[in-house]
Design a protein around this ligand. Sequence first.
Ligand code: HAM
Length: 422
Amino acid sequence: MSIQIPRGTQDILPGTVELWQHVEEKARAICKAYNYKEIRTPIFEHTELFLRGVGDTTDIVQKEMYTFNDRGERNLTLRPEGTASIVRSYVENKMFGNPNQPTKLYYIGPMFRYERPQAGRYRQFVQFGVEALGSNDPAIDAEVIALAMGMYQSLGLQKLKLVINSLGDNESRKAHRDALMDHFAPRIGEFCSDCQSRLEKNPLRILDCKKDRNHELMATAPSIVEYLNEESKVYYEKVQSYLTSMGIPFECDANLVRGLDYYNHTVFEIMSDAEGFGAITTLSGGGRYNGLVQEVGGPETPGIGFAMSIERLLLALQAEKVELPVEQSIDCFVVTLGEKAKDYSAKLLHDVRKVGLSAEKDYQDRKAKAQFKAADRYSAKFVAVLGDDELERGSINMKNMTTGEQEEISIDSFVSYLQERV
Ligand code: HAM
């Protein structure tokens, strides 16, 4: 039996990969505009990083990590997300000592989660994310949100919904946590075993439970907004006023809790409102994580970021029927007639490619007609026809496939002819 691709993973084939490249270019361009620099970290890390970073009560850590021992008995994990790795690298490379602060980083790369695969949910997926470390200014929260929204909008998505919430600072979170414990404790026996263990460790996680989401205590659970202290409230309002001044519409949702433990203050998600997008509508998520750098062994440093998967972004484009302007064509196809012309065409193509133009020829010993068909399939902008006779005369026939114009030119001017016209 032939070997198949692992469940929850995808091959990205030519024809589709151009969409990915286009999206990645957009991500790089927008990060340049916002002055975020690229960082590349390993695909696997010590498991301990994610236990501490993502949080050991989260679904990601408890159920979804690809964890293994290497031959040296080191316990390693394929990264399920980017933030913990970025923070580790920030601490390890003492980026907090750089004169330019905050440290603004972005990444594009594969992440791994052992989830139940479905449309928009994979076991290997590619996240584009940014992290801004070292600033407590609510303007940076708004900046990060604006960058995420801008990314989608620059690709032509319109049916977007931005939802924000504040989880407050430590004091507010503690007060809310106590209230949640009081609320759920008397009837915790009615909840799933996960929720029962969440009660002590992190009752906020109960609100995110998929199994118990319809339990009557969920709807009446104490909301974080009632527990935000003055400072947290002011911070949250400031983020909102920046968003308003940037003309970015948003909704406040006090029930928005994220699936990772490191958040405080601002959290947000961007959803697709497009019809037919499917069950999973969250395109991206992020928030502030002011304690994480310390948790990973660094100095007290605030941070905020988000991540989006390219897979869900492409699904949203599909749902909104947005066609990306991707270039599939080549500049020139050289059709050869005769042995001498065929031999010569190898050098001719080499010259064209050296100046950065794309060119192709036949390598299958095809007849002229089949070569023209191939040129068509490659959507060649120009088709050059070189026969042994032309070669003898030092000329070549050019056909502009857009205008239909044809002319015979000197073979010496072949490269410059294309350069001027493509
Ligand atoms: P997250 O909400 O776990 O947050 O994931 C962020 C985004 O990654 C999701 O909104 C979704 O686009 C994508 N994603 C997650 N799981 C899958 C999956 N199985 N298949 C396809 N796409 C998926 C984080 O990862 C945080 N690190 C975000 C962050 C950065 N917060 C602060 N900085």
